[in-house]
Each structure stands twice: as structure tokens, then as C-alpha cells.
Design a protein around this ligand. Structure first.
Ligand code: NAD
Length: 456
């Protein structure tokens, strides 16, 4: 089936109302989980080929995330799908109100290559739970993972319910010309603008999960040892190719020496004396992305690491000191295992500096100072983040994950995914027992006094 036939068949299937059945949604989610488990080894091998990730890292960051999201969704779907009673204002007497969760219809999901398995399936879980059908367009770069995804989706869903369409940006452009009922895009900010423009043509609602530069602050009151350890983990996980990776790190001058010493220690602990030979250090996805990352290091003050291997596309965990604000590394999302450290002394100046930039997808603060924590949380806008940790705020179904401003719009995970993929239909059901004449003409002035009394 070509693109337009696939979308047409999905609309037809959606209009049959079969996806309104909660048991069918649950069955599909159970089947999806079983199929994922059946192909576990293939998924791990594919991620190894695409990104050079160790099996354990892939298992933790891609498979566990998806299987637990499916389990949580299956457990809660009945509750989420129920209509919710709402208050009715006295002015609407006599009536009752409720909100019905209604699926949008046919959803387009466009995913990136950096967590190609997890970021393709995570939105699918929400779309299916809410009663939609879906077309997935995975990234053209993570080819091996895409092959497994195709197998998993084909074994779980009939094409009219769920389909994978592969290709590059031309395919996405073609897809975006179709009439979808919702678009869920994960990728970079400039492509997000293209997607939003295309969605506007059909007034299609959308979620944009974008990227950007997520700052981290290590205050002088921080537990420096844990800060260095948790930052080295978050920065170098997936070789820095994580949307919420701490992009650059502000370190208070009082603890700078200790922080750098400990970060180096943890790099060695995690990846050994020669990280380029470590099986635990993933590669950069393609040569193009690899050379882009290498270029970002040019004309910078490398104080640790900096070596790379063109054949394996690996780059050592690298620390850079005080890069120029206008340098490439401070103007672009790094998306590589390079950690710029910027020394600071005054937190108020620092907050102002961060606020001058676009609102980031994430922000991390290591501190024991409650006042500083309150100041950062109340004064800086960002998608989400952690105090005294990195990245893990996204690994929970209890909070929405998403950006703000140029880092995205909308959020998902757990119940928030269900809500994202549902239209909330508000219904007021009026009683026929009484019919108050106040709202009907003629609008004589006395009615104003009655309305004033109601408003009190
Ligand atoms: P990308 O935007 O280049 O690609 C994402 C998808 O868009 C791919 O499927 C690709 O084929 C398609 N695409 C690319 N160019 C297009 C065009 N001109 N027109 C139409 N479609 C196009 O992103 P990427 O390089 O795959 O991923 C990295 C980016 O994604 C980073 O900026 C990262 O921060 C962001 N990201 C965000 C999240 C999040 O949850 N917020 C998660 C992962 C990655």
C-alpha cells in the first residue's frame, strides 16, 4: 500500500468504531509487549549496529522503558478512558456535566534516531491506549532498528490499525501532505517548525518533542562527588546523543577543581583508561553527525579527552573549559560526549544569563541550598528537570515529559500520553423538568439585577 492508501484504510478502520473498544486496545498492547519480548535479541543487536550501544544500556534505556509504560497503561486504561463528571455552575441549573475522552483518529508519529526504539513506541502506546490508529515514520538513520520495528508492528497490527512508513525527509514531506487527525513529532527544533507549518495547512493538532541546549548548574553547596558521577552518567549515556543530556555545565569556582577531578575519575570508572576501546561507549550515529561533533571541538580548550576514531565513529568523553559564548559548541545542541564547563561565581548573574537563552528542554541543579533551588525553579522556564540528578525525570509515568517554547509543546507519558492523544469532549446534559426563562428574550433591564445577584 502506498502512503495515501494506508492513511485512507486507517481512516476507514477508525470510522468503523472498532478502536473504541477498550478490550481491543488492551489486547493490542499486550500483543505489542509479547512481540517486543519475542524480538528482544534482535532489538538489542539492531541498537548495537545503529548506535554501538551495549546490550545492558539498550535494555535499560529502550526496552525497560517501553515494557513498563505498556504495563502501566494496561493497568490504568479502564480508569483513564472513563468519562469524568464535572461541576455544573448554578447558572446552568438543572443540568449535569461530563468530559468524554474521544480518540482523534489517525495519528502520524515521526521519530528520531537517538533512541530509535523507545521514541518510536512510546507515543504509539499512548495513541493506541486512547483509541487511535497510527502511522509511524522512523528516522532514516537508525536503519537496523527500523527493520525490527517494522517486524514488530506488522506482527502486532493490521496495516489499517498501525503501519510503518520508511524513508527520508521526502517521505515525511509526502506524509505531511495527508490529512492526519493528530501529529506527534520528536526531533530537532528546525524540523519541528516545518512539521508545524504542514500541520497548520490541515489545522491538525500536534505535539512537538524538540531539543535544544539543556544547562546544568553545580552550586558550591552541592555534593560534588555525586554531582560529578550523575553528570558523567547523564552526559555520556548514549555518547551524549540524548535530548535531555546536560548540554553544558556551570560549576561554581569554589568547587571547580574538585568537580573536574571527580568527573575525570568517573569517566575512567565508567569507560576505562581508553574509552575508544570501551564496549560501553556508543558511537555517533553516522559519519556526518560524527564530523559535526568533531568540528564542535575545534578552537576550544580541551582539558580532558578529545581523541576520536573515524573508523568506529567514536569520540572520547571530553571536557572543555570556558568555551566562548559565540562558539559553535555554545550555539548548537552538542549531541555528542563533549562536556563544556563554565566557571561561575554569582548565581543571580547566572540565572539572568540562562534566561537570555531559549527555554531549554531540561535543566539540572546540584545544590543543598534551598533558596537557590527555589530561585532557579521559580525564575527560569524549562521543560522539566532534576535537582541533584540528570535525565531521570523522564523515566516516570507519573509526570508529563515535554518542552516549552522552542524546546517543544505538549507532553506525554502515562496518563498524560492518554490525554495527549484524546480530544476532551465536554457535554452538558440539560434536564427537561424546569426551564428558566432568564436567558431568553425579551432582555428587560430587571434581568441585569438577577444576573448581578447570581454573580455575587
Ligand atoms: P530530526 O528532526 O532531524 O529528525 C526527526 C524526524 O524528522 C526523522 O524521522 C526525519 O526523517 C524527519 N525529518 C528530518 N528532516 C526533515 C524535513 N526537512 N522535513 C520533514 N521531515 C524531516 O531529528 P534527529 O536528528 O533524528 O534527532 C535529534 C534531535 O531530536 C535533537 O535535536 C534532539 O534533542 C531531538 N530529540 C528530542 C526528544 C524529545 O523527547 N524532546 C527526544 C529525542 C530527540
Amino acid at each position: 500500500m502506498n502512503i495515501s492508501e494506508t492513511v485512507k484504510s486507517q481512516h476507514k478502520f477508525f470510522f468503523s468504531d472498532k478502536t473504541k473498544c477498550i478490550n481491543l486496545r488492551k489486547d493490542k498492547l499486550i500483543k505489542l509487549k509479547n512481540t517486543i519480548q519475542k524480538y528482544e535479541t534482535e532489538i538489542l543487536n539492531a541498537l548495537k549496529l545503529d548506535l554501538g550501544k551495549s546490550f545492558a544500556e539498550s535494555y535499560m534505556c529502550e526496552i525497560v522503558m517501553i515494557v513498563s509504560e505498556i504495563n502501566y497503561t494496561i493497568k490504568n486504561i479502564d480508569k483513564w478512558a472513563k468519562s469524568v463528571r464535572a461541576h455544573t455552575p448554578i447558572s446552568q441549573f438543572l443540568a449535569k456535566s461530563k468530559i468524554i475522552y474521544e480518540p482523534y483518529g489517525v495519528v502520524l508519529i515521526i521519530s528520531p534516531w537517538n533512541y530509535p526504539f523507545m521514541l518510536s513506541l512510546d507515543p504509539i502506546i499512548g495513541a493506541i491506549a486512547a483509541g487511535n490508529t497510527f502511522v509511524l515514520k522512523p528516522s532514516e538513520y537508525s536503519v537496523n532498528t527500523t527493520k525490527v520495528l517494522q517486524k514488530i508492528i506488522a506482527e502486532t497490527f493490521e496495516t489499517e490499525y498501525g503501519a510503518v512508513i520508511c524513508g527520508d525527509k521526502d517521505t515525511t514531506t509526502e506524509l505531511l501532505k495527508q490529512k492526519f487527525d493528530y501529529i506527534f513529532f520528536t526531533g530537532n527544533t528546525s524540523v519541528g517548525k516545518i512539521v508545524m507549518k504542514a500541520a497548520a495547512e490541515n489545522l491538525t493538532p500536534l505535539t512537538l518533542e524538540l531539543g535544544g541546549k539543556s544547562p546544568c548548574i553545580v552550586d558550591k553547596t552541592a555534593n560534588v562527588k555525586l554531582a560529578a558521577k550523575r553528570l558523567a552518567w547523564g552526559k555520556f549515556l548514549n555518547a551524549g546523543q540524548t535530548c535531555v543530556a546536560p548540554d553544558y555545565v556551570y560549576v561554581h569556582t569554589d568547587i571547580y577543581d574538585e568537580f573536574v577531578k571527580l568527573t575525570k575519575k568517573y569517566i575512567v570508572k565508567f569507560y576505562g583508561e581508553n574509552p575508544l576501546n570501551s564496549n560501553d561507549l556508543p558511537k555517533i550515529i553516522t559519519k556526518k553527525h560524527f564530523y559535526r561533533a568533531v568540528t564542535l571541538m575545534e578552537n576550544t580548550d580541551i582539558i580532558y579527552g578529545g581523541k576520536y576514531d573515524e573508523d568506529t565513529q567514536k569520540l572520547e568523553p571530553t571536557i572543555i573549559l570556558n568555551p566562548d559564548t559565540n562558539s559553535g559548541i555554545m550555539q548548537n545542541e552538542i549531541f555528542a560526549p563533549i562536556m563544556p564547563i563554565i566557571k561561575y561565581t554569582d548565581s543571580d548573574t547566572l540565572i539572568k544569563e540562562i534566561k537570555r537563552r531559549e527555554p531549554p528542554l531540561a535543566l539540572y541543579l546540584f545544590t543543598a541550598n534551598k533558596k537557590l533551588k527555589d530561585k532557579v525553579l521559580s525564575q527560569i522556564s524549562f521543560g522539566g528537570g532534576c535537582i541533584n540528578d540528570t535525565i531521570v525525570h523522564l523515566a516516570t509515568p507519573y509526570m508529563p515529559f515535554g518542552g516549552v517554547g522552542s524546546s517543544g509543546m505538549g507532553g506525554y507519558h502515562g496518563k498524560y500520553s492518554f490525554e495527549t492523544f484524546s480530544h476532551k469532549k465536554s457535554i452538558l446534559e440539560r434536564s427537561n423538568i424546569i426551564d428558566i426563562n432568564l436567558r431568553y428574550a425579551p432582555f428587560y433591564d430587571k434581568k441585569i439585577n438577577i444576573l448581578k445577584k447570581i454573580m455575587k
